[in-house]
Design a protein. Structure first.
Ligand code: FES
Length: 87
């Protein structure tokens, strides 16, 4: 079976194609999505914080921290000034 890799997740830290993996085979294992990797990295750098949604405990709310706001603002300023794509 050919795989494209678009659905890659980490199973106990090892990449697998989730579309070719049976749910019964991953019971009791740790799954990390690319979104999880990005969120955890931003959290560990103090750029975002997450909390439970008071209306739906299944959801998490994610907000920028003050440090995250400053960096995002600087990135937007850089983008607006055209420096990002300058030759
Ligand atoms: S390998 Fe392509 S979607 Fe899973």
């Amino acid at each position: 079976m050919e795989v494209c890799g678009a659905c890659t997740v980490l199973l106990d830290g090892e990449p697998i194609s989730s579309c070719t993996t049976l749910a019964v085979d991953i019971d009791q294992h740790e799954i990390t999505t690319i979104e999880g990797v990005v969120i955890n990295r931003l959290k560990s750098r103090g750029l975002i914080k997450s909390s439970k949604d008071p209306l739906d405990p299944r959801r998490r709310e994610i907000d920028l921290t003050e440090k995250g706001r400053r960096i995002a603002g600087a990135a937007i300023e850089t983008e607006i000034s055209g420096e990002t794509f300058a030759p």
